[in-house]
Design a protein around this ligand. Structure first.
Ligand code: 9YT
Length: 127
């Protein structure tokens, strides 16, 4: 079994930061679980273009507020504590932080290796 704490992971190379968000990758490909698990903060009043062409992702909001817009159809979905969004179509989207930072728990299939950064289209390459 493996046991990790968020605090320990935040104080390691598992924590990555960008202008609009920061994320701690608590479980990665090399754990051989078939998925990765991340605790991500989306900063208030930001907009991030994301398109995980090579990954499926589910995101559960633990606190804060914001919204997600799916670009294929222009639909906007509010996000608050208790909301889970599931990108089952590799949906290209805009993720917006609202009046407060959003704390999210995220799962990726296939797992991220930990080295990924968003490219200009918001894509992570397949490892
Ligand atoms: C909300 C969201 O899409 N989180 C993805 C994980 C995070 N961007 C990371 O660890 O790269």
């Amino acid at each position: 079994m493996i046991v990790r704490t968020l605090k320990d992971c935040e104080n390691s190379e598992r924590r990555v930061a960008s202008e609009n968000w920061e994320s701690t990758r608590m479980l990665l490909k090399d754990d051989n679980m078939g998925f990765s698990f991340h605790i991500t903060t989306i900063y208030a009043n930001t907009e991030t273009h994301i398109h995980y062409k090579n990954h499926l992702e589910s995101v559960y909001c633990m606190s804060g507020n914001g919204e997600i817009e799916t670009l294929a159809d222009g639909k906007v979905y509010p996000i608050e504590a208790g909301t889970l969004y599931i990108l089952d179509q590799h949906d290209e989207h805009l993720l917006r932080g609202g009046s407060e930072d959003m704390k999210m728990a995220c799962v990726f299939n296939p797992p991220l290796s930990g080295q990924e950064v968003h490219d200009k289209d918001g894509v992570y390459p397949l490892d």
